[in-house]
Design a protein around this ligand. Structure first.
Ligand code: SF4
Ligand code: SF4
Length: 399
């Protein structure tokens, strides 16, 4: 597609990058069919092709409005359009640039600014999030049942084996998972221990994904650099891999090398972190597996980050089958569940529609359990599911 970027963008790094992305799009529209918001709303302006066109107009200096901002806000950044695109257009990077730019031109109203600030203040801090969640848990018995579902009960972290093996891998805990589901990482630690690999826990805080989704560039960089600083001493002592059990955070770490590519102090370190970053399936699938499944019927929800960012389609399903589970067919398996970082809070109506559609499809084959690979999807699906939703790692031990 031809572009005529406004002079203020032709010399900036982001402007040049956006220009190259826009020129790689041939406007064929193959991506539209994969887009959850286009599927729900049927409006070209809420499709990837329509958003690309709106970002092009924005960067060419044409008039934009709150409506344009809304169409970009409605994007889940699920990246299903990237997977569907025959030209390999890196849409997610373009929408990041477009969102940052439109937020400069169209100031958000006070309620929006407060909500976004509160999310950035609360979620990345395990301590603050834990205090608020524990308070909500105390008040839970007094709440109506519809609200109770949004307050998950406290769970035990389980035993973490002492690191004593020559092979060592780091497990990053992230921000909200240690409070919501502290047992997921411990299961992985025990599985690795059985295969003579020591799991080293690292509570390095938020990976930056929350602020990144909220277009808060400076805070994102602070979180990323703090995470790299926390990991680096372990890299220097020879850890084999950095495992992140939440695929959303894994996808973020996988992008560190791109985000920091022009940073003189951190670019080389970021490349190393990205190189060592692994989803748990990439480690567990290479190990001998016990037949813990015993034919239990599982419906798997592959998070968008696992499918479209980490590109690990089908890998967890294959692993679960090897472990003796029966994997049930799920309609519209690749469709986003609506969780998408902070999307379920900022766009609740669309998110609920996606969640309910996803749960209908997951529950249709009557599984005993629903498995997924990301804390956000797990927590959000559990707010309305009739069947328990768990991380697939939890199944690998209990069967
Ligand atoms: S993003 Fe890809 S699939 Fe979508 S319109 Fe552009 S070239 Fe076609
Ligand atoms: S990232 Fe997802 S929601 Fe956004 S345009 Fe692409 S397919 Fe649609």
């Amino acid at each position: 597609m031809q572009t005529w970027l406004a002079p203020e963008f032709t010399k900036t790094s982001a402007g040049k990058e956006a220009d190259a992305i826009l020129r790689s799009c041939v406007h064929c529209g193959f991506c539209n069919a994969a887009c959850p918001t286009y599927t729900l709303l049927g409006n070209e302006l809420d499709s990837p092709r329509g958003r690309i066109y709106q970002i092009k107009s924005l960067l060419e200096g044409k008039a934009v409005s709150q409506q344009t901002q809304l169409h970009l806000d409605r994007c889940l950044t699920c990246r299903a359009c990237e997977t569907a695109c025959p030209s390999g257009v890196p849409y997610a990077r373009l929408v990041d640039i477009g969102r940052a730019e439109i937020d400069k031109r169209i100031p958000r109203n006070l309620p929006q600014r407060l909500t976004r600030w509160a999310l950035r203040w609360l979620i990345p801090s395990t301590k603050r999030f834990g205090i608020i969640l524990n308070l909500a848990r105390t008040l839970r018995p007094l709440m109506p049942s519809a609200l109770k579902r949004y307050i998950p009960v406290a769970k035990s972290a389980g035993i973490w084996p002492q690191p004593c093996h020559a092979r060592r891998m780091l497990i990053l805990s992230g921000c909200v998972q240690p409070v919501l589901e502290p047992g997921i990482d411990s299961v992985l630690a025990r599985l690795l221990d059985q295969h003579e690999i020591s799991a080293i826990p690292l509570h390095s805080g938020c990976c930056g994904a929350v602020s990144h989704h909220l277009s808060a560039a400076a805070q994102t960089l602070r979180h990323i650099k703090a995470t790299i600083d926390a990991i680096w001493p372990y890299i220097e002592t020879g850890i084999e891999a950095i495992i992140i059990t939440a695929s959303g955070c894994g996808a973020m770490l996988r992008d560190y090398n791109q985000i920091l590519r022009e940073d003189p102090e951190y670019s080389i370190k970021a490349v190393k972190v990205t190189e060592l970053c692994r989803d748990p399936v990439q480690v567990i699938e290479s190990l001998p597996l016990n037949k813990v499944g015993k034919g239990r019927r599982v419906a798997f929800h592959p998070p968008c980050t696992l499918l479209n960012a980490l590109k690990l389609e089908g890998r967890v399903e294959t692993l679960l089958k090897r472990a003796g589970f029966e994997l049930l067919p799920v309609k519209e398996s690749a469709l986003c569940c609506g969780s998408a970082g902070t999307y379920s809070i900022l766009q609740p109506k669309l998110a609920r529609e996606l969640r309910d559609r996803k749960l209908k499809n997951l529950q249709l084959p009557q599984p005993e359990v629903i498995a997924t690979a990301n804390i956000g999807c797990l927590t959000y699906l559990n707010t309305a599911s009739e069947i328990p939703v768990v991380h697939w790692l939890s199944l690998m031990e209990s069967g």
